[in-house]
Design a protein around this ligand. Structure first.
Ligand SMILES: Cc1cc2nc3c(=O)[nH]c(=O)nc-3n(C[C@H](O)[C@H](O)[C@H](O)COP(=O)(O)OP(=O)(O)OC[C@H]3O[C@@H](n4cnc5c(N)ncnc54)[C@H](O)[C@@H]3O)c2cc1C
Length: 390
């Protein structure tokens, strides 16, 4: 839909990425009578392969994303210089295209506003063509905002789906292959076998700077394929990403209290401070949204106040992961950062799963740090002001 002049609706979601797309789907499924509009100038879902472990999401979350899941494996591998490990935890991948198809089918043409938003308030959006969409609630899902108030390292990557002549021979994903040269910080290669001939290869760096040299990293992917003995017939898709790995930061600076527009997704800080990943939180938030809207409609706190409280609580729970990020970036030499993950992946698969889900128990937190830490903990703790165990 375009060119809507002074239209009105129930819910206007600004940004049709992961969080906005899932929120639109849940609202259509659970409150079909509400008029939901999704404002997105680009392709819904964007150019992404989002992956997640079974342990990252609840049963309700699984029911939501299962129809969107393109690939699923029962287990995965990690490979470090010191050892290899096969872990029995299912891993899943979902593409932006699958999210897009589901969202478009659920919303219909009238539900999509195919242009950008210029201004947002809690009850109105001004679009690029100067038309105005008023809504009972506006939800800001525009992805990462300015990150300059956060103290960050970066997880950056180039991912390519390679078609391999005669097949690649992999049966399970390799979530981290760290047997590669350690360049530009902690480097690992991530491989997802989509089918017998297609493997998605992502070359990833935990780096001090956000610059991504796509050509140089693509050349390293070609070298990796060649070292595997793979003959690449085609590069079927390429994606890039630069995600913050947060060491410290003030939530109130990220989302000032005076800003009363509800936010979801990474816009509201709903991501994992060490991995930059957001899918587990986007799924949970989308599922919580209909009830939060009704609470606001029935005289409770506004949607913005509720969503901000939820995001602030998440930010508080992420303090431990900010400590881990700090250890990685400040206490370990760049070419030795891999030692932290090499030690971590020797721990129990359940602990590893809870780490990715952002749900580490106190015992997990101690277990990760205590024993024979590969870097000095005191040095890491002293660099962050907001550390607490829980
Ligand atoms: C290539 C890539 C791969 C990733 N893989 C994973 C993964 O495997 N697992 C995981 O958990 N996380 C992953 N992440 C991290 C994170 O989950 C994603 O960044 C995720 O897409 C964030 O979701 P979001 O909806 O908050 O923001 P986005 O998905 O970035 O969506 C924001 C949307 O807002 C739109 N927008 C921006 N400005 C406006 C405007 N003014 N008006 C209207 N619309 C606007 C954008 O076009 C975009 O579509 C990945 C990130 C990248 C970049």
């Amino acid at each position: 839909m375009s060119g809507q002049i002074n239209a009105t609706c129930d819910i206007a979601i600004v940004g049709g990425g992961l969080a906005g797309g899932l929120a639109a789907l849940v609202l259509r499924q659970q409150r079909p009578n509400w008029d939901v509009r999704l404002i997105e100038p680009m392709a819904i879902g964007g150019n992404h392969i989002w992956s997640f472990f079974d342990g990252d999401i609840s049963d309700a979350g699984r029911a939501l994303v299962q129809p969107l899941t393109d690939y699923r494996w029962d287990s995965y591998d990690v490979r470090f210089p010191a050892y290899q490990r096969h872990i029995d935890m299912a891993y899943n991948s979902m593409s932006g295209e699958s999210l897009s198809a589901a969202v478009l089918a659920a919303l219909g043409d009238d539900g999509l506003v195919a242009q950008g938003a210029r201004e947002l308030s809690a009850q109105a959006v001004v679009l690029e063509d100067d038309s105005r969409l008023t809504a009972r609630h506006v939800v800001d899902a525009r992805g990462f905002g300015p990150l300059d108030r956060l103290d960050c390292g970066w997880q950056k990557f180039v991912g390519q789906a390679l078609t391999i002549e005669g097949g690649h021979g992999m049966t399970a994903p390799t979530v981290m292959d760290v047997t590669v040269a350690q360049v530009d910080g902690y480097r690992f290669v991530y491989c997802l076998p989509f089918d017998d001939e297609t493997v998605f290869v992502e070359d990833t760096y935990y780096s001090d700077d956000a610059g991504l040299d796509v050509m140089a990293v693509s050349a390293r992917i070609a070298d990796y394929a060649s070292a595997k003995g793979w003959s690449v017939r085609e590069i079927a898709r390429t994606e890039t990403g630069v995600l913050p790995v947060v060491m410290a930061g003030d939530f109130d600076a990220l989302w000032p209290e005076a800003d009363d527009v509800a936010r979801i997704g990474v816009r509201g800080g709903m991501f994992h401070a060490t991995t930059g990943y957001s899918l587990p939180f986007a799924v949970a938030e989308a599922l919580a949204l209909p009830d939060m809207i009704e609470r606001a409609d029935n005289g409770g706190p506004s949607l913005g106040v509720q969503m901000r409280a939820r995001a602030k609580a998440h930010w508080g729970r992420q303090a431990y992961y900010r400590l881990l990020s700090t250890m990685l970036f400040r206490a370990a030499q760049p070419d030795q950062r891999y030692v932290i993950f090499q030690r971590f992946y020797r721990l129990s698969p359940q602990l590893v799963a809870r780490f990715y889900a952002g749900a580490s128990t106190i015992r997990d937190r101690l277990r990760i740090l205590i024993g024979k830490p590969p870097v000095p903990i005191g040095r890491a703790i002293s660099t962050i002001k907001d550390f607490r165990w829980i």
